[in-house]
Design a protein around this ligand. Structure first.
Ligand SMILES: NC(=O)C1=CN([C@@H]2O[C@H](COP(=O)(O)OP(=O)(O)OC[C@H]3O[C@@H](n4cnc5c(N)ncnc54)[C@H](OP(=O)(O)O)[C@@H]3O)[C@@H](O)[C@H]2O)C=CC1
Ligand SMILES: O=C1CO[C@H](CO)[C@@H](O)[C@@H]1O
Length: 275
């Protein structure tokens, strides 16, 4: 049976299953949040880039106000987008997210990707080449993330889409350790080496695009705006037979849904290494 929470390296607890919110559209995400809270979800995966944090916040606030949950029972994650990697932009961007979510703090704030774009570039500067890239080092960004913890705006901080080498470099140069690395995990990309690498360093892996990938000792954040699926996705009280595990292992092709290959020439692109 799967444990319901994972312990983070700062002593806090992360509910294993969370609700993803990417592409949860206007007019549907508020209801999805409310349905999810009713179904027992307490972990919500959000991001400034998803453009829907204000409506997510309305759903959360409605359930808090009706007394269904307390703020302290929820685990809310958000992420810093790539155009805002300069150290002095991190706190203001988190404040904007908090304003949208109508919260005083997030439980977890992540650097969404290790590579940055210029603030003046578009949010998704495909085809613009290096002219759109910023070379702000994610170590600088991390100092801004640490400031978020020191100000009480984030209870925990972490990273997303970082490779092993980047994690090692960050661990050697941080004051506050990242609690998690959020990366793609599914049968086509089982991430065994990266998961083991993170476990050895007491970093929890949160798996995105996760449908059908469970039992790996990680947290998963399936997205759905459909009530029956929201309920189905948290009802995962089962263990897989060894043959099922072997079958899922055989599916691994190291293929990504989100390679962001458009940015593969960026100095801090993370998927040019094995893991
Ligand atoms: N850090 C990062 O860079 C990234 C983070 N993420 C995060 O991870 C989350 C999950 O990833 P995502 O890309 O959304 O993909 P998912 O693997 O969660 O798939 C979501 C899709 O699957 C459908 N679905 C959900 N449950 C079921 C079910 N039980 N049966 C059949 N279909 C189902 C949903 O449809 P419907 O909604 O219509 O029910 C939706 O179309 C994101 O929402 C986001 O929060 C994602 C990508 C990158
Ligand atoms: O979170 C995310 C959702 O998916 C996008 C790609 O389609 C990613 O860029 C982003 O990291």
């Amino acid at each position: 049976m799967m444990s319901k929470v994972l312990k983070l390296n700062n002593g806090r607890e992360l509910p294993v299953v969370g609700l993803g919110t990417y592409k949860s559209g206007p007019g549907e995400v508020k209801k999805a949040i409310k349905d999810a809270i009713d179904a027992g979800y307490r972990h919500f995966d959000c991001a400034w880039f998803y453009g829907n944090e204000a409506e997510v916040g309305i759903g959360l606030r409605a359930k808090i106000d009706e007394g269904k949950v307390k703020r302290q029972d929820l685990f809310i994650t958000s992420k810093l987008w790539n155009n805002f990697h300069a150290k002095d932009q991190v706190v203001p961007m988190l404040k904007e997210t908090l304003n949208n979510l109508k919260l005083d703090y997030v439980d977890l704030y992540l650097i969404h990707w290790p590579f940055g774009f210029k603030e003046t570039a578009s949010l998704w500067p495909v085809g613009k080449g290096a002219a759109a890239y910023s070379d702000v080092d994610y170590l600088e960004t991390w100092q801004g993330m640490e400031e978020c913890v020191n100000l009480g705006l984030a209870k925990s901080i972490g990273i997303s889409n970082f490779n092993a080498e980047q994690i090692e470099r960050l661990l050697k140069n941080c004051k506050i350790k990242p609690v998690c690395n959020q990366v793609e995990v599914n049968p086509n990309l089982n991430q065994k080496k990266l998961i083991e690498f993170c476990k050895q360093r007491d970093i929890v892996v949160v798996g995105y695009c996760p449908l059908a990938a469970i039992s790996l000792g990680i947290s998963v954040i399936p997205k759905s705006v459909t009530k029956s699926r929201i309920i189905e996705n948290i009802d995962i009280d089962f263990t897989l037979d060894p043959e099922d595990v072997a079958y899922l292992d055989s599916c691994n092709k190291n293929q990504r849904v989100c390679p962001l290959a458009e940015f593969k020439n960026h100095k801090y692109y993370s998927f040019n290494t094995e893991y």
